[in-house]
Design a protein around this ligand. Structure first.
Ligand code: FES
Length: 157
């Protein structure tokens, strides 16, 4: 993942895609894979390359969960919504973290420092209830440890 790409880089990245050939999704995936998100500039460049409108391209970016329209948060928390985690109090963990982070599920802080997202069971249920912080399991959570974790993530404000 890189910082904001230049228009020239974007044009070169999608230069092989053509209008009218179902290339919108592959082009967006290529941009997302390279930069980790699809900027407004990228939307414009892809639209021009595929001879369509930025509105149509932006519609696809916003519709599909696979795509992001801005860089990922520095700290991504994924809350496990699987059955084992929920049986062991996962919903209370989520509610506590949301309260501290002041975010809905799927939300990100305005400065993109942290975000809270829905996660799916990845088979590490022995550590339920858990979240993943930048992909690392933080398991065996209680409401109080979840609050401490959320405060830590929020810290520095
Ligand atoms: S249910 Fe949460 S890791 Fe399996």
């Amino acid at each position: 993942m890189q910082a904001e790409p230049s228009l020239q880089e974007l044009r070169e990245l999608v230069a092989d895609f053509e209008p009218g050939r179902g290339h919108l999704m592959p082009a967006l995936h290529k941009v997302q894979d390279r930069y980790g998100y699809i900027s407004r500039d990228a939307v414009e460049v892809v639209a021009r390359q595929l001879n369509t409108t930025p509105a149509l391209v932006f519609g696809a970016v916003s519709f599909y969960d696979d795509f992001r329209s801005h860089p990922a948060s520095a700290t991504e928390i994924a809350w496990c919504s699987g059955p084992a985690c929920r049986l062991r109090g996962g919903d209370r963990i989520r509610a506590a973290m949301q309260q501290i982070l002041e975010l809905p599920l799927g939300g990100e802080s305005e400065d993109h420092r942290y975000g809270l997202h829905l996660g799916q069971c990845n088979g590490t249920c022995s550590e339920a209830p858990q979240v993943w912080v930048n992909g690392q399991v933080v398991g065996g959570l209680t409401v109080s440890s979840a609050i401490a974790l959320a405060r830590d993530v929020r810290g520095g404000e």
